[in-house]
Ligand binder design. Sequence first.
Ligand code: 13P
Ligand code: SF4
Length: 354
Amino acid sequence: MIDLTQQANPVQKAKTAATAKARPQFPFTPALAREMEPLYAKVKSVITPMEWTAYAPLIREINLLKKQRNAVILAHNYMTPEIFHGVSDFRGDSLQLAKEAAATKADVIVQAGVHFMAETSKLLSPDKMVLIPDVRAGCSLAASVTAEDVRMLRAAYPGVPVVTYVNTSAAVKAECDITCTSSNAVKVVESLGAKRVLLIPDQYLSKYVQSKTDVEIIAWKGACEVHERFTAAELQVFRDQDPGTKIIAHPECPPDVIAAADFTGSTKAMIDWVKTNQPRKVVLVTECSMASNVAVEAPGVEFVRPCNLCPHMKRISLENIYDSLANLQFEVTVDPVVAEKARRAVERMIDLPV
Ligand code: 13P
Ligand code: SF4
């Protein structure tokens, strides 16, 4: 069993993997091709026939294993299309996945996302087995702040409430008053009724929230390594090429990028915006895989794909999801004392009126 309360532990992973059963070969047969044809018809705009011969057998086996284990797969919007459309039971942004984790009746949750998401699932479903297919799936935001940092901030700003983005470890959440996601950050900050609020760890999300509220925001210095790389200059190139192109950005982007965008919102809000507005051409200023996932559901929209990959999200694959279910690896646990405090911060967010 692996404790992810602080950080991923590759050494322990290697030891556990050594004791796990080898994955069988699953052939792509004509019968399997026929059985999987309806799914392929849905995703063929984003998965090549060659890729499908490798993916289809694993998708079938994973879906069988899920039934045997009474398991569900919670997939973040940044998962690749074969995971997102092929094996996930619930898909969404961080807030939607946290709510699903709290509500599921399954015995096992496989988190197709990064480990702060798996920890959040464990906090909200403490009696269930929560698995992450690769324990190295971290996050630059979660790595940017420690529980000790939060204690230091509390000492420096006595009486100022601390809101943490869910992209943090359980140990950090345990030191904070409430969590937020990119969907609800403004609402969470304003729910506290305070003049000043510490909002950690994403400096850019904090700037975005500050632009939407009169509450004074005190920020931390963290950043998402995917979103901080986008620049307003590269977006201008897309506008110059085709002035009708719509640009929509995630609030983890720097302020000049957000200023250049037509809309800003969480990954769910971005998807909803595309489906509702059906733009002729759109740039999703966020992690690469999301455009492929939305393209399947919005075939009339042309997606321009500035591609910044999240290396942590991309650690999750069909292969390691299969291994995770077959070998019940790698279990996520949180120290019970830390978990109780961290759960309070997450539940306080979930209990806010919509
Ligand atoms: P949301 O899906 O909640 O918008 O978060 C984006 C993200 O970067 C998650 O790691
Ligand atoms: Fe973290 Fe950014 Fe990757 Fe999301 S996209 S997991 S915030 S590094």
